[in-house]
Design a binder for this molecule. Structure first.
Ligand code: BG6
Ligand code: MG
Length: 220
């Protein structure tokens, strides 16, 4: 099959900064259970699924919960998180992102979302980008979490592109690894010391020029 270039975006930490809302909600859960939760710990939850995040937090708090209480706490945390999401609008889109999306649209380069979040569709609607993506693959569509490349491979398939023709924007170590395992080009958004496995690294989208994107998407 003849393939074409395509782009896949992670959501949290790439298109929007939702880590601050996750922090508030996880901190409340930890505090209610009687222990603290730090920003450093929150950093370690980037790209980690909801279930795995709570498992890690309980370990840090040296606490065990019954399955029923685990699920109840997780639901409470998500309700609390969604109360922050409720307040989101297009102003939450991170600087530099709209310019890149506009370029892709104008040049008919298909792009998808590839996120671990089960709230991805809700968030995209709040920031008014839901209609812009050619495909959306999120935590409700996958059975294996990043660093398994499943989420990106499904996205590539939906965009009818070969994995090696896909460029992935990611802020988490697990996400960069997933893109690499999937044989895609990985662009790390964040600290170069943390994301050193990525093919290219930028602190944020304001550092990414259209020339860079053009070169990246040029068909050899
Ligand atoms: C990832 C975030 O994108 O989604 C994680 O980086 C989060 O911090 C995970 O835990 C799952 O999100 P949600 O919205 O399904 O709880
Ligand atoms: Mg992320």
């Amino acid at each position: 099959m003849s393939s074409h270039k395509a782009v896949i975006f992670d959501l949290d930490g790439v298109i929007v900064d939702t880590a601050k809302f996750h922090f508030q909600a996880w901190k409340k859960l930890a505090n209610d259970l009687g222990f603290d939760f730090t920003h450093e710990q929150n950093e370690q939850l980037k790209g980690v699924s909801r279930v795995e995040s709570l498992k890690k937090i309980l370990k840090w708090g040296d606490m065990e919960l019954s399955e029923e209480e685990f699920n109840r706490q997780m639901a409470l945390k998500n309700d609390n998180y969604l109360s922050y999401v409720e307040e989101m609008d297009e102003n939450e889109i991170l600087p530099g992102v709209p310019k890149v999306l506009k370029y892709l649209k104008e040049n008919n380069i298909p792009f998808a979302l590839g996120s671990a979040s089960k709230n991805a569709r809700t968030i995209l609607k709040k920031i008014k980008l839901y209609e812009d993506f050619d495909a959306i693959v999120d935590g409700t569509d996958v059975s294996k979490a990043k660093p398994d490349p499943e989420v990106f491979l499904i996205a590539a398939e939906k965009l009818k592109a070969e994995p090696q023709d896909c460029v992935v924007f990611e802020d988490s170590v697990a996400g960069v690894e997933a893109a690499n395992i999937g044989k895609m080009t990985s662009i790390g958004i964040g600290d170069e010391k943390v994301l050193q496995e990525a093919d290219h690294i930028f602190n944020d989208f304001t550092e990414i020029s259209i020339e860079f994107i053009e070169n990246l998407l040029r068909k050899e």
